[in-house]
Design a protein around this ligand. Structure first.
Ligand SMILES: Cc1cc2nc3c(=O)[nH]c(=O)nc-3n(C[C@H](O)[C@H](O)[C@H](O)COP(=O)(O)OP(=O)(O)OC[C@H]3O[C@@H](n4cnc5c(N)ncnc54)[C@H](O)[C@@H]3O)c2cc1C
Length: 292
């Protein structure tokens, strides 16, 4: 099948892009890497009258670390560039690892980090990594610019806090230390995750916590609901422990209790829940090792 006819525009500034997105009559749509949108056009699941290509806007191509140590990823920055960046590999290795699970090199060479976040496939790796890393989303629109926290950004399957006349201009990740792991189960290498989990653990190194125990934990799952699922009960089960067998059992039980995936054509709910709990144990063990 071929896409329905559309106009194409490549603005050179954010205000120019927003002016094009305000043209409701043409039902405009942003295109970044095109790795999700172009297949949707070809299948006629999307029928925009105008594509607004944001990859020629210089300010959206920036990948920077600010004075506070936060990582800023502009909307035109490709996934492969982020995963290969030495600053990302050193200080946000969870992000680089999550990108490594996306499709194939050709996809990552074109697809953008921000495009994956706005597209928000519930089986995608980057929304889960963004929630685990406590990302902030900078959204520009007709009323100005606003910042949205990760827990408010992902609304439902293929739906985020970004409105049709708005543009996600960058995603910001705060500085991060500690142990990490990203584990996923996929039917074939390069497929979307059947289920996946991102775990971040901090190890105490002195008072008031005795050294050698978890002082902070984050556990976020993908493929188990319409949005990335963070489970505070899992985090509580790990906090204050040395991630020994009893803590891992408690974390796994909390995941089995807290996750409520649905059956679909790819996997049963039971398979997803049990696989996710299994991956969690593996991820916690790896993340704890990496705190040393
Ligand atoms: C064969 C194949 C395998 C893949 N495998 C995986 C996988 O395993 N895991 C995975 O997570 N993804 C996978 N993908 C999807 C890939 O990661 C896409 O690159 C990503 O989902 C979308 O990024 P993009 O830059 O290509 O966005 P586009 O396709 O250009 O846009 C996607 C959507 O987001 C909107 N959009 C994009 N950027 C912005 C912005 N800045 N502001 C507002 N709206 C915006 C567009 O309007 C569109 O609705 C795969 C894709 C293919 C073709």
């Amino acid at each position: 099948m071929k896409p329905t006819p559309f106009d194409y525009s490549a603005p050179r500034s954010v205000p120019e892009a927003l002016a094009l997105l305000a043209d409701e009559d043409r039902e405009p749509k942003v295109v970044a890497g095109g790795q999700s949108l172009v297949p949707m056009l070809s299948m006629r699941l999307a029928r925009p009258g105008l594509l607004v290509d944001i990859t020629r806007i210089p300010e959206l191509g920036a990948l920077t670390v600010d004075a506070c140590g936060a990582l800023h990823i502009g909307a035109a920055v490709r996934q492969a560039r982020v995963a290969a960046d030495p600053r990302v590999r050193a200080d946000w290795p969870l992000l680089a690892a999550a990108i490594g699970h996306i499709g194939h090199p050709q996809i990552r060479a074109r697809g953008t980090v921000c495009g994956s976040l706005v597209h928000h496939d519930p089986a995608a790796e980057l929304p889960t990594a963004a929630l685990a890393l406590d990302a902030r989303f900078v959204v520009a629109g007709p009323a100005g610019t606003r910042t949205v926290r990760a827990q408010d950004f992902f609304v439902a399957t293929f739906q985020t806090a970004v409105e049709p006349d708005e543009l996600l201009t960058e995603v910001v990740l705060p500085p991060r230390t500690g142990g990490w792991a990203f584990e996923e189960l996929a039917r074939r290498h390069g497929d979307f995750a059947t289920v996946g989990v991102a775990v971040l653990l901090d190890r105490g190194h002195g008072t008031p916590e005795p050294p050698g125990v978890v002082t902070g934990a984050r556990a976020v799952f993908c493929g188990v609901g319409s949005v990335p699922v963070r489970l505070p009960a899992v985090e509580a089960a790990l906090t204050g422990t040395d991630v020994g067998p009893a803590a891992l059992d408690a974390a796994r039980d909390a995941a089995l209790d807290g996750l409520t995936p649905a059956d679909d054509i790819h996997a049963s709910a039971t398979y997803r829940r049990e696989s996710a709990a299994h991956l969690l144990v593996r991820a916690c063990t790896t993340a704890w090792e990496r705190t040393r």
